[in-house]
Ligand binder design. Structure first.
Ligand SMILES: *Cc1c(COP(=O)(O)O)cnc(C)c1O
Length: 395
């Protein structure tokens, strides 16, 4: 089934993978196996499952049939092997570090990545002897310069949160592989509809499933997808003991949301293109960063490695932080909230919200200026979004 599906279009594959009728009842929608544990027929079968010689289920922290549907569906679209659904995007990143790295290992990562993703390396993994260096991964010379003999992993977020800077995945994969390191890519902003890092050379892809994959602002979750079976097995072993699993009901909701990923991403994206162009024309706006605009420094790279520029825009209102805060306080249709990738338009101020935990120096160095506003464009009628922004900017 999965083999044949690979020949079909992304929307068809998005709807049909992991969507086989339930073998026990024929139910078309996947049943929710809300069970913590699974019975063995006999001791020999239980032993075989623990030894990995029998594929059946044991215990939901290690795997669950509802969760497995979601894992199959997402990893199929990413072109990877055996997804691992986690309780949050942070749990996905920590599953990768926990599974692959140890004391003395070094990581090179995107400086303007999601704030907590950076902070967990600097504040927490450093206590366990995992060192990290943050650079602008859009510049290959800086990535090469940061590599050490002990560098085991490069972590790239592209487009990055919230600067919307892109990293050339194929080039950074080559840098990693020439030096015996692996490449992990946070694909949260693009989703597999717009970008498939494994095909470009990444070894591991991860997501905050909270965002586009679920898409309805009602689930927190994450996903890890490995490029090879061997890496997938190593990661799953670590994951079973780290313990960051999802609840089966949460997995079911995420799978339900996932089924419309292609439709939602394209609807949000076409709105974002219109909103970005409109923002760029407004005298009250200092600058706009959106890969679908010719003014984006990596517009060409976005066309090369992505199937579309996505739904995230960052911009700065003239007058910096005060003017930006005024706009955020006046929007009515858009919601002032962190998170992204849902059906509704969300707007936030990274310097005081998502990236507030980062010291100001690191923030500014990473390109997150005090006045930067990030918007996740939703699926509303685009004229209504523009009318809202227009009155909030008091044009
Ligand atoms: C939200 C987010 C995360 C963290 O995910 P949670 O589900 O909130 O734990 C990681 N990376 C990116 C790019 C994000 O937007």
């Amino acid at each position: 089934m999965a083999h044949d599906l690979k020949k079909l279009g992304m929307t068809t594959r998005n709807i049909h993978t992991g969507q086989h009728p339930d073998p026990a009842t024929g139910a078309v929608a996947p049943p929710i196996y809300q069970s913590s544990t699974f019975a063995f027929d006999n001791c020999a079968q239980g032993a075989a499952r623990f030894a990995g010689e029998d594929d059946g289920y044991i215990y939901t922290r290690m795997g669950n049939p509802t969760t497995a549907r979601l894992e199959e569906a997402v990893s199929h679209l990413e072109g990877g092997y055996g997804g691992i659904a986690t309780g949050s995007g942070m749990a996905a990143l920590n599953t990768i570090v926990f599974g692959l790295l140890g004391k003395g290992d070094h990581v090179v990562a995107t400086s303007s990545m999601y704030g907590p993703s950076r902070m967990v390396f600097e504040r927490d993994w450093s206590r366990f002897g995992v060192e990290s260096t943050f650079v602008d991964t859009s510049r290959e010379d800086l990535v090469i310069e940061a590599m050490r003999p002990s560098t085991k992993l490069i972590v790239v977020e592209t487009p990055a949160n919230p600067t919307i800077v892109l990293t050339d995945i194929a080039k950074v994969a080559a840098i990693a592989h020439e030096r015996g390191a692996l490449l992990a890519v946070d694909n949260t902003f693009a989703s597999p509809i717009l970008q498939r890092p494994i095909a470009l050379g990444a070894d591991v892809v991860y997501h905050s499933m909270t965002k586009f994959i679920n898409g309805h602002t009602d689930v927190v979750g994450g996903m890890v997808i490995a490029a090879t079976e061997e890496l997938g097995t190593t990661l799953r072993k670590g994951f079973a003991f780290l313990g960051g699993c999802v609840d089966p009901h949460q997995a079911w909701l995420a799978l339900r949301g996932f089924k419309t990923l292609a439709l939602r991403v394209r609807a949000c994206q076409s709105n974002a293109q219109v909103v970005a162009r409109w923002l760029e024309e407004q005298p009250a706006v200092e600058w706009v960063r959106y890969p679908g605009l010719e003014s984006h420094p990596q517009h060409e790279l976005s066309k090369k490695q992505m199937d579309g520029p996505g739904a995230l825009i960052s911009f700065e209102v003239k007058g910096g932080i005060e003017a930006g805060a005024k706009m955020l306080d006046q929007v009515e249709l858009a919601t002032l909230a962190v998170s992204l990738g849902g059906i509704e338009t969300l707007i936030q101020h990274p310097a005081s919200m998502t990236h507030a935990a980062m010291p100001r120096d690191s923030r500014v160095q990473a390109g997150i200026t005090d006045g930067l506003v990030r918007v996740s464009v939703g699926c509303e009628d685009v004229d209504d979004i523009i009318a809202d922004f227009s009155s909030a900017l008091r044009l």
